[in-house]
Design a protein around this ligand. Sequence first.
Ligand code: NAD
Ligand code: TYD
Length: 357
Amino acid sequence: MRRCILITGGAGFIGSHVVRLFVNKYPEYDIINLDKLTYAGNLANLKDIEDRPNYTFVKADIADFDTVYALMKERKVDGVIHLAAESHVDRSIKDPFTFARTNVIGTLSLLQAARLCWEEEPAAADAPRRLFYHISTDEVYGSLQMDSPLFKESNKYEPHSPYSASKASSDHFVRSFHDTYGLPTVVTNCSNNYGPYQFPEKLIPLFINNIRNRKPLPVYGKGQNVRDWLYVEDHARAIDVIFHKGRIGETYNIGGFNEWKNIDLIKVLIDTVDRQLGRPEGADRDLITFVTDRAGHDLRYAIDSTKLKEELGWEPSLQFEEGIEKTVKWYLDNQAWLDNVTSGDYQAYYDSMYKGR
Ligand code: NAD
Ligand code: TYD
């Protein structure tokens, strides 16, 4: 019997890398990508695999329980990898309700659909294990001081932004379905991802695009906040390993052991873009523009992924310098993709965000 895996949010940044990896690596699995195609979802991210026989795209909202349930029932889905979410902190500050609806109610709708489908049709004894795999973020743990130890799986939840509060809530619902109904679940909390196909409202693609176009780089506060950066394909590899071998009911942290202060990272970006464009190195450093800080801006995130390494042998494969080089090259080579996703509504939103900052 073929496996059928439902990947939600597969038209987004991380989801598109996960869909590509699974479609290419597992021709014996049927992969369904369910995505609402919000501003952040783009089927152009999956052009290279869209005609594969083991791939189906379904445009739907995860919060639409009836549609999700009917799809899972009809296709006999036996694994869920749940990435669909509203994912940008700045948007969550402006519009928290959308985050509660998608991230909390949407996750609950998927959990309930999986539970009912799997209770109604018990798995055959020789079937592969069923799993509901929920992708979450390190932001649920709150903010670290500069000298605090890295986030471990045992850290308490202390979300500060509406985004991280909605993700924390969804994580709690996932664990509650494991504990209450015995749903086979795994949760992972990952640090900041970077790489191709990231929507250019997040720091790295936004700044690469602005440097290229010689537009100001809006650095929040003094640029002293720290993030732990992981190349997106390394995250997709971790998801593959955990989907197949992670222990049911467990949480795994995924991170790059790669902390950067924003301002230092931004200087690396400027130098890399300038060099790749043949401009004098550092010529664009005067684009740095310090602006009003983000409300409730978490000082530092940093993940300890020792448990994942010790239990399942995963660790990041790419050095940061190499990852940034590849990432800058990808955005410079794919200007049409950037122009496409930043046209229209997004540009109006961006202008409204930064006016007066
Ligand atoms: P993204 O914003 O690039 O993509 C989100 C995708 O979800 C889009 O394709 C969008 O169309 C889809 N979507 C949104 N609302 C939906 C709905 N109601 N129904 C169906 N589809 C919907 O996000 P991303 O950066 O790829 O993040 C993916 C997941 O990983 C999220 O759950 C996020 O919380 C988590 N995460 C992201 C990072 C990061 O650095 N980007 C780090 C850790 C965890
Ligand atoms: P972001 O990519 O939004 O990810 P997150 O807030 O989820 O970590 O931002 C990364 C860091 O960069 C964060 O400290 C906020 C900062 N930042 C800026 O200084 N300017 C910007 O325009 C953006 C988008 C982010």
